[in-house]
Every structure is written in structure tokens, then in C-alpha cells.
Design a protein around this ligand. Structure first.
Ligand code: IVH
Length: 715
């Protein structure tokens, strides 16, 4: 337990009944201060200075004095502080509509493609009008605000897009966020960005450093750190702002166009970005981009690009979403920020899948307001000055320790090295020799044919791989275990307390009582250990897609995990399919690789993981501790086509083939290119030929385009 402060010991003062008015006033002031300090120590430093019982006694005493002297209650009274000391972290909120991210365009050509793809998807000719809005992409963090009957009832961070953190009490402290709306739809979810201005950021950092508190690297980190404070009083003291740029749930439409919908949010009292404008042509979009880029330096807040959105909301609805991004919007990013510095040495880091990644250790340099001292060097070819096909990059210039290199950052991503200045190369600089053994475990590091990356062959024997796998396992999109982050994993792994994911679920059994206890480890205490055990307990029940992603199998990212979960439904079905599959071929392999979105590369990685004895045994040990939630079907449960296999043939008049396919998939159907006995439905457009005929022969139902629209309710 940390040392306790004298002034926060159990109250020794007079009983409340014996206090005079002046004493009560000064006692309330003292209690406000002591409780605020205890809150800060608890949340910010994660190092409580007083026990829960002492804390509760202080709060009770404060309430008792307030009850006796109501007129002395302070504006900053601890009894008014919502959720000042919740049992653990923030509550979770499931977004009714997923919060998506945006695809990126880095060059004009990408924007041209974006527009062309939309036209193609909608079956529009080059000459058909297609309007967009253009607006700054604010570099902050997104926030969802729910208004019911005109009152702000809930605020949530984006989180993983599906589940965010409940920051309602904090959002209420932000002046730009109206608490009440008049004339709004009965249910309205407003989405936008919380950010901090440059001036406020500088002032906050100055204040923090004067107080000896931590400073922030940039305004976005400051905004995120300030919004995600467990104590709303701290958020209140931070100058956060909010721009509204989108919406989620709506009980009635806001308008017919993006532009008017945002104008409506403005009229309701939200701050909306004054630089948003309408563009009728591609040229106007690019003009808007240049104009916003020019004004970037004097805006007073960070932006990192321009977002284009299809203006017509009916078209937005038709275009819909890919797995994580809308088809109707894109972020056109500003070029990366650059700086020159010296490369001191090259280190090798070993990742979760054994990849050896070269990291540049740099003389610290500021790039776009952030101090950078590490950057990625990608792989050995990149260092040598060639690409994956052996073609020269940087005109073949290699990179060596001691070189002057150009560093850049684009948005959020880790800094990279773009170029090297040969005129400043020290005469004794040696070409870099990429290691052929793993620097962590000494196993051979090999590079397979066609792979740009060299990998350690040590598997679970390699401590670096094991630790990285564990970090991935507890990360946010995977098991998301609160209180068990990278630092804790490293230390628990080092001491052998956690060696593989299954060990997390026996931690309490092994170290909850007895001679060696988690609560007695450095950095832990009674409360944090109990919290961790509770957080682990909570995750014994886990959705299938999270489990698949958490396994950290190569090529199986979040969206692949989701796809597999939706396809197989249960863990048993997935493992049976993988057990049966043999990359040499056969029916089970064919079925696996026929899944839309699972190519042979991913299938091979999955099968390898399941067939590799040690890895499989580790997975089985893990699964024995879990209750795995089956995945929901893709579409709405009452969709008439959920689970059916559909074939489109002939020309559709009212939507393109791509749109029809996306619609069918969104409703839970599988779209196939050929008719077989397994086909449930054939939609025959104009001029349908052999496929419709074959369906007839097989007795498969065939409907025309009008019947299709009736079936899926597409108007
Ligand atoms: S629209 C369905 N507009 O960028 C897409 N997003 O990289 C809804 N962002 O998660 C987002 N400024 O946090 C939109 N003017 C803007 C934005 C913006 C910043 C953020 C947002 C989003 C992220 C995607």
C-alpha cells in the first residue's frame, strides 16, 4: 500500500453536531480539497493514497456537514461530482449504429478513382450530376452524442466502432456540446470530433509543467487524455471543443442532403465547420482541398486532410458501407510532414508472427509538432534500397547507421524514413547486415520465397513472439482486458506468471491467494489486483470473432475474423473445418478457400496454426477456460434472404450488379456467380440466358428484378 497522507487519515475532528458555522465552512473546504486530491491520485497516478474506507468516511462526513449547513454547500462540492470514483473504468456503450472510419486518398488520382467507383457502383454516366461536400478532417477524437426528446442522454467514444466508453458526464462539461435542443427529432445521435485548439493546448501544457504534471505530445493526445478522465471535474478544467459532422440514429431525417443536414445541426446549436462547402465537379473538390490546405496554418486547430462526402443522402444510402468504411466518403490526406535527422543505429524488433522488423533509432527531431526518435525501416530490402521485386527505390541508395535521413509522418501512423543524404554519409559507415538469426532467441530467421519479411522460426519458444502474441491477445479489438496492458504483460511474462493466453484465466487461482500474490507485486495493490481478476472473469465469455482475432494468426485481422465468425457461426464449426482442411487439396480445403474473402494465403495460415501441435495445444488450453458466444448471422434476423445463396444474372435496370450484391450480402445472403443445386434463388434481369435456364432445370426459384425489389424492400 502506498504511504498515506496525514490530512486524509480517518477524520479526527469534532463530531459534525459539535461544529460551529465557521468551523463547518473551513471543514467543507478542507474536505473538498482532500477528496479531490484522493480522486486525482486514484485516477491519474493509479496509486491510491488512502483506503476505500477512509475515502468513504470523508465523503460521509462531507455529506453530513452539508445536510446540517445546506447554505454552506460549495460549488465544487464532492457530493456533486458524478462518478468521481467509479468501481472500475468507464461503462461501455454499444453503438446502435457502428461508428465507421474513412478510407484514405493520398493523391489526386485516388480522388479520381473514388468518384469513378461511385459512378460505376450507381451505374451513373460521366455526364450525370454528382455533388459532394468538402470539409476539413479534424484531428481529434470522435464522439457520439445521443439526444432523446431534445436532451443529451448519452455520450460515447468510438471505441472499437461497436462498443465505446460512456463519457456522458465528461461530455456535459464541454461548452460546444448543447445539453438541450429544441426542434430536434425525438431521437438524434450527433457525431463529431472533440479537439483542442493550438492556444489552449499550449496553455494547458504550460500549466501542467508548472504543476509538475505530465505534458501532452500534441493537441489530439491532450484532447483524448482530457475527455477520458474518470473525474469529470478534470475534463471540465480542460478547454475541449467539438465540431459536429455526422449523425447516427435518427427518428426522422434531418434533410435530403449532407450539406443541409449539417446546416440543420448548426441551427440546432452545434458548432459545424465553417469551411465546409458544396462541390459540383471533381475540379471543385480539388479546389476546395487546396483552399483548405492553404488555410491550415492559420486555423488554430489541427486538421490532417479534407473529407469528401456524397451530398445526396439517398445516394449515400444506396452506396452504403464496406466492412469498416463508407463507399460515399473518403479522407483526402495532406502530404506528410518531413524533417532531417541522424540515424544512430538500427535495432531489430521481433513481432507476434516472428517478423524481424528493423527500427531506426534517431537523434530526436520534431516532425509536425511531435518529437520523433524511432521510425520504421520496413524490411531488409527497404534498407538496401530496393523494393520487393528487386527494383531500386531511392535510386538504389541504401541506409546505414550514421546516415542523415529524412523522416516523415502521415497522420496517425508511425514515422517512416523516406530518404538518405549521401553527401553527409560518414566515410566509415558500413552497409547494414540484416541478421539471419533471431536477436531474441537465437533461432534461425528465414525469408520464404515471395515474402519481404524475414521471420524467426522459434515459434512459441521465442520470448519476443510469445510476449507480442500476449499483448495482441489482451489488446482492445481482441480480449480487451482492462488493467492488463503491454507493460503488465511484459512484467508478468518475464517472471513466468503468464506464458500463454490460457495462463491469464488461471491467474487468480495461482496468484489470488497463497505465498505469492498479485497484489503484493510492485505496481499492484489490493484494489488493482481485485479489479484485474474481475476484468478477466468478465472476459471468460467472449464473442467468436474476438477470439479468432485474438489468436493472432498471420493474415487474420479484425475483418477476416469477423468474416470467419459469421461464416462458421460457432467455434466448433470453425475448428472442424480447419482440422479437416489440407493445403494439398481436397474437398474441405476447397470449401475453406471458396469462402468469399478467405484466399489460399489466409487459409494456409489458419490451417497451419491449427495443425501445429504446440500451438494447437495452447489454443485448446485457452478455449477450455472460455464460453464462446456464437456469431450472429450477417443480415437482419428477419431478412427474407438471410442465409440463402443467390445468383444474379442478366442486366438489372434499377441498380448495378455491385449494388445488388452488396445489398443481398448486407441482408445475410451469399451471392454466387454460378447456379447449382445449392442455389436458393436466381434473380433474372433483362436478357438472362443460360443461368436462368439451368435454374429452371434444377427447380431453383427464379424471380425478376421487380420481385427482387419487392423482396428486399428497395423501393
Ligand atoms: S465523417 C462514416 N467527417 O476521421 C464516416 N469524419 O478517419 C463518418 N473525422 O472516425 C466520419 N473529421 O473521427 C468525418 N469532417 C469529418 C471528420 C471526420 C475528422 C474523423 C472521424 C473518423 C475518422 C476517420
Amino acid at each position: 500500500m502506498a504511504t498515506r497522507r496525514d490530512d486524509a487519515k480517518s477524520p479526527q475532528e469534532k463530531p459534525v453536531e459539535a461544529l460551529g458555522e465557521a468551523e463547518a465552512r473551513s471543514e467543507l473546504a478542507r474536505l473538498a480539497e482532500v477528496i479531490a486530491r484522493a480522486d486525482t491520485a486514484y485516477h491519474q497516478a493509479d496509486a491510491p493514497e488512502i483506503t476505500d474506507a477512509e475515502y468513504d468516511a470523508l465523503k460521509r462526513r462531507n455529506a453530513a456537514i452539508e445536510a446540517r449547513f445546506a447554505h454552506l454547500k460549495r460549488a465544487d462540492s464532492p457530493s456533486e461530482r458524478v462518478g468521481a470514483r467509479p468501481a472500475e473504468g468507464f461503462g461501455k456503450i454499444r453503438h446502435e449504429q457502428r461508428m465507421m472510419s474513412l478510407g484514405n486518398a493520398f493523391e489526386t488520382a485516388d480522388v479520381v478513382d473514388f468518384v469513378a467507383q461511385i459512378r460505376r457502383y450507381l451505374g451513373m454516366a460521366e455526364s450525370d450530376p454528382l455533388g459532394f461536400t468538402a470539409e476539413p478532417k479534424i484531428d481529434g477524437l470522435s464522439l457520439s452524442l445521443l439526444y432523446e426528446e431534445g436532451r443529451l442522454t448519452q455520450a460515447a467514444t468510438r471505441g472499437d466502432g461497436e462498443v465505446g466508453e460512456n463519457v456522458t458526464a465528461n461530455a456535459r462539461t464541454i461548452a460546444d456540446i448543447p445539453q438541450r435542443l429544441s426542434g430536434a427529432p425525438q431521437r438524434l445521435e450527433v457525431r463529431g470530433e472533440v479537439y483542442m485548439s493550438h492556444d489552449d493546448f499550449a496553455e494547458l501544457n504550460a500549466r501542467q509543467s508548472a504543476l509538475g504534471e505530465r505534458t501532452f505530445a500534441n493537441p489530439r493526445n491532450a484532447a483524448a487524455g482530457s475527455l477520458r478522465q474518470l473525474d469529470p471535474a478534470i475534463t471540465r478544467a480542460r478547454p475541449l471543443r467539438f465540431f459536429a459532422y455526422a449523425w447516427g440514429v435518427l427518428s426522422a431525417p434531418l434533410a435530403e442532403t449532407q450539406y443541409n443536414a449539417i446546416a440543420r445541426l448548426g441551427a440546432l446549436g452545434f458548432q459545424v465547420n465553417p469551411l465546409m462547402r458544396r462541390c459540383a465537379t471533381l475540379d471543385e473538390m480539388l479546389d476546395a482541398y487546396r483552399e483548405i490546405e492553404q488555410r491550415r496554418a492559420t486555423l488554430g486547430y489541427d486538421i490532417d486532410g479534407v473529407v469528401y462526402k456524397v451530398d445526396d443522402l439517398a445516394l449515400q444510402a444506396r452506396l452504403g458501407y464496406r466492412s469498416t468504411t463508407p463507399r460515399w466518403a473518403i479522407a483526402h490526406k495532406f502530404p506528410a510532414e518531413l524533417a532531417w535527422t541522424r540515424l544512430e543505429r538500427i535495432d531489430i524488433q521481433v513481432g507476434r508472427t516472428g517478423a524481424l522488423s528493423p527500427v531506426a533509432r534517431l537523434t530526436p527531431v520534431t516532425v509536425g509538432g511531435v518529437v520523433v526518435s524511432n521510425a520504421t525501416l520496413h524490411n531488409e530490402d527497404y534498407i538496401a534500397g530496393r523494393d520487393a521485386r528487386g527494383e531500386p527505390i531511392r535510386e538504389g541508395r541504401d541506409i546505414r547507421a550514421g546516415d542523415w535521413v529524412q523522416v516523415y509522418r502521415a497522420g496517425d501512423v508511425i514515422p517512416k524514413i523516406r530518404d538518405v543524404d549521401l553527401s553527409r554519409r560518414p566515410p566509415d559507415a558500413e552497409p547494414y547486415r540484416f541478421p539471419d538469426t533471431c536477436p531474441e532467441c537465437g533461432s534461425a530467421a528465414i525469408r520464404e520465397e515471395g515474402d519481404a519479411v524475414r521471420r524467426c522460426t522459434g515459434g512459441l519458444v521465442c520470448p519476443a513472439q510469445a510476449v507480442e502474441k500476449l499483448k495482441h491477445f489482451v489488446s482492445r479489438a481482441a480480449f480487451d482486458i482492462e488493467g492488463l496492458g503491454a507493460k503488465q504483460i511484459e512484467s508478468l511474462y518475464r517472471d513466468g506468471w503468464i506464458r500463454e493466453p490460457a495462463d491469464i484465466f488461471t491467474l487468480q487461482e495461482r496468484f489470488g491467494a497463497g505465498p505469492r500474490q498479485l497484489k503484493n507485486r510492485e505496481g499492484w495493490g489490493e484494489k488493482s489486483a481485485a479489479n484485474l481478476f474481475a476484468a478477466i472473469e468478465e472476459k471468460r465469455r467472449i464473442p467468436l470473432r474476438r477470439l479468432i482475432f485474438a489468436l493472432g494468426i498471420r493474415h487474420v485481422g479484425e475483418s477476416a475474423a469477423q468474416l470467419l465468425a459469421q461464416h462458421f457461426g460457432t467455434w466448433e464449426a470453425l475448428s472442424e473445418a480447419l482440422d479437416a482442411a489440407d493445403p494439398e487439396g481436397g474437398e474441405a480445403w476447397e470449401r475453406l478457400t471458396a469462402i468469399d474473402g478467405v484466399g489460399p494465403v489466409m487459409a494456409r495460415a489458419l490451417v497451419t496454426a491449427f495443425h501445429q501441435e504446440a500451438e494447437r495445444a495452447s489454443i485448446e488450453r485457452l478455449v477450455s477456460h472460455l464460453e464462446i458466444e456464437p456469431a450472429e448471422r450477417l443480415g437482419a434476423p428477419d431478412s427474407p434472404i438471410a442465409g440463402k445463396t443467390i445468383v444474379f444474372t442478366g442486366t438489372l435496370e434499377r441498380m448495378t450488379r455491385a449494388e445488388a450484391k452488396a445489398r443481398a450480402e448486407a441482408l445475410g445472403a451469399k451471392v454466387s456467380g454460378s447456379v447449382s443445386a445449392r442455389t436458393d434463388l436466381v434473380v433474372a434481369g433483362e436478357g438472362a440466358g443460360s443461368k436462368a435456364a439451368k435454374a429452371g432445370e434444377l427447380g431453383v426459384e427464379v424471380i425478376d428484378e421487380a420481385a427482387w425489389h419487392d423482396l428486399v424492400g428497395a423501393g
